[in-house]
Design a protein around this ligand. Structure first.
Ligand SMILES: Nc1ncnc2c1ncn2[C@@H]1O[C@H](COP(=O)(O)OP(=O)(O)OP(=O)(O)O)[C@@H](O)[C@H]1O
Ligand SMILES: [Mg+2]
Length: 229
């Protein structure tokens, strides 16, 4: 059974009275535990595709099946429930809650699940991303790269079946980027999390088992990578 299946997906935005089609019939499917990256030029539709796969937005036509659940058949509330159950998302612009500290942001998914010891788990996740001493800082008091790492710790707190990460290393220096990449693949190995990455970093893409390249909203290549970590 595939964990994610995308069939003939299209997305058209209406803006300023004009239509802009940014995805033209995208198809692929992923098995549990796969690592997958989506590459392509700026504006080619990568973030749009990721958002549709994660059930954050509606397709114009076509379907997304997440764990065999057809997302377009669900109500808004049902989609949110499926997201909470299966999906972690690291956004290109982080989307941390500004009124909560770093520690509290990481605690949210744990508290939503009613887990005991949420604070301790969140603290240890912050330590793993190198921010153990910054838990009391608010997002505006953190650099872009630090916010990205908090966002990663929060996504990990979910122990998701599927983790979508939009440019997870886009704002990081080489060392921090290597730590984040190690963490992503560790989660894949330890918890069997399926990783779907959007990246401009071809070295990172080469570490995943499969790479699709999109251009102007169309898949132009779909390659199995020989060596993956
Ligand atoms: N809400 C929206 N309304 C109208 N157009 C949009 C909207 N969101 C995205 N677009 C357009 O859709 C196209 C694809 O955007 P998308 O964010 O998916 O690109 P991307 O491949 O992620 O680019 P980047 O590498 O720069 O992040 C762009 O031309 C963008 O301007
Ligand atoms: Mg993008």
């Amino acid at each position: 059974m595939s964990i994610l299946r995308v069939e003939n997906l299209t997305k058209t935005y209406q803006s300023g009275g004009r239509e802009l089609t940014v995805l033209h019939g995208v198809n692929f499917s992923l098995e549990p535990g796969d690592t997958f990256s989506i590459v392509g030029p700026s504006g080619s539709g990568k973030t749009t595709l990721l958002g549709l796969c994660a059930g954050l937005d509606h397709a114009s036509s076509g379907s997304v099946y997440l764990n065999d659940i057809q997302l377009d058949k669900l109500s808004e509330d049902e989609r949110a429930a499926v997201r909470n159950q299966y999906v972690g998302f690291i956004f290109q612009n982080f989307q941390l809650l500004p009124t909560l500290t770093a520690l509290e942001n990481v605690m949210i998914p744990l508290e939503l699940r009613g887990e005991k010891g949420a604070q301790k788990t969140a603290q240890s996740l912050l330590e793993r991303v190198g921010l153990g001493s910054r838990g009391h800082h608010y997002p505006t008091q953190l650099s872009g790269g630090e916010q990205q790492r908090v966002s990663l710790a929060r996504a990990f707190a979910n122990r998701p079946k599927l983790l979508f990460a939009d440019e997870p290393t886009g704002n990081l220096d080489t060392d921090t980027s290597a730590t984040v990449i190690d963490l992503l693949f560790e989660l894949n190995r330890e918890a069997g999390t399926t990783l779907v990455l959007v990246t401009h970093d071809l070295d990172l893409a080469a570490k995943t088992q499969r790479v699709i390249r999109i251009k102007g909203g169309t898949v132009v290549s779909d390659t199995q990578v020989a060596t993956s970590i």
